[in-house]
Design a protein. Structure first.
Length: 275
């Protein structure tokens, strides 16, 4: 977030590792966890919603095909925006509070919940849903690629319950799914972050998504749409490896033993058919 929204004329950070070092030096290790309250509150519901919607949508579509995997994942991504957008708004505001050009003598927000409450009181529902359209544009195809990649990877690696290497295979498949997912829509994530950060410090720059894209490109060129990509990918692999492996193993062992054949989240719920 900090790399995505920093002022290009007066940049605080030269790159991912300089940003990491600067935060620790200036704010201690606790600075790396600013805004953690928002994900802690929201991710449980988001993941439950995502995997539930994806599994049931795939079942409703009737046939396990690559297209249906993509559609089921896209449906899950679209629906979870309801929780994801306010959660990321609070996270973004908390992460920018008290740093660089956003440095304040007193903190505007005590925590993530206080952040959302104050935004709501000042701007109403529209305020806490700032960036909803850009979040929807990012999440819908992103989750489609997310589940499609995982399904393809587990099939290619021959992921079966009785395989002694099933956990490493699940971790690798989940990690690669996260990377592909982020690469597919990352430029829109930059725009979303900028829109949600807009107004911090009392300065408003953008009138909407297109205006943000136009101004960002005009001022910084095409590289602006890759800002923070390295840190995002470094995070994406372990996070999604753990997420997919945990969900898959849990669902796999919650099913009757005679149904344990394949390890994909969708097929764990519904027996897969071959492509």
């Amino acid at each position: 977030v900090r790399l995505q929204v920093q002022n290009v004329e007066k940049p605080l950070y030269r790159g991912t590792f300089h940003c990491f070092q600067s935060i620790i030096k200036q704010e201690s290790a606790f600075g790396l966890y600013k805004g953690i309250g928002s994900p802690m509150m929201g991710l449980t519901f988001i993941n439950a919603l995502v995997f539930g919607v994806q599994g049931n949508t795939l079942r409703a579509l009737g046939k396990d095909t690559p297209l249906n995997q993509f559609l089921a994942g896209s449906a899950a991504g679209a629906i979870q925006c309801i929780i994801c957008c306010p959660m990321e708004l609070a996270k973004t505001r908390m992460q920018l509070q008290g740093t660089g050009e956003y440095k304040l003598k007193t903190k505007n927000y005590k925590n993530s919940l206080d952040c959302l409450v104050k935004i709501y009181r000042k701007e109403g529902l529209r305020g806490i849903n700032r960036g909803m359209v850009s979040t929807f544009i990012r999440e819908t195809p992103s989750f489609g690629f997310y589940f499609l990649t995982y399904d393809c990877m587990t099939r290619y690696l021959g992921c079966e319950a009785e395989d002694s290497y099933v956990i490493p295979k699940l971790l690798f498949s989940g990690g690669m799914s996260g990377i592909v997912s982020w690469l597919s829509t990352y430029p829109m994530d930059v725009i979303k972050s900028r829109l949600q950060a807009d107004g911090v410090g009392g300065v408003t720059q953008y009138n909407g998504i297109l205006d943000c894209i136009r101004k960002s490109y005009h001022e910084e060129g095409w590289r602006v749409f890759t800002r923070g990509l390295t840190s995002t990918l470094l995070r994406a692999f372990p996070v999604n490896a753990a997420t997919f492996a945990t969900v898959t193993v849990f669902l796999m062992y919650m099913r009757p033993e005679d149904n344990l054949h394949e390890c994909e989240p969708g097929p764990v719920i519904q027996q897969p058919s071959s492509w």
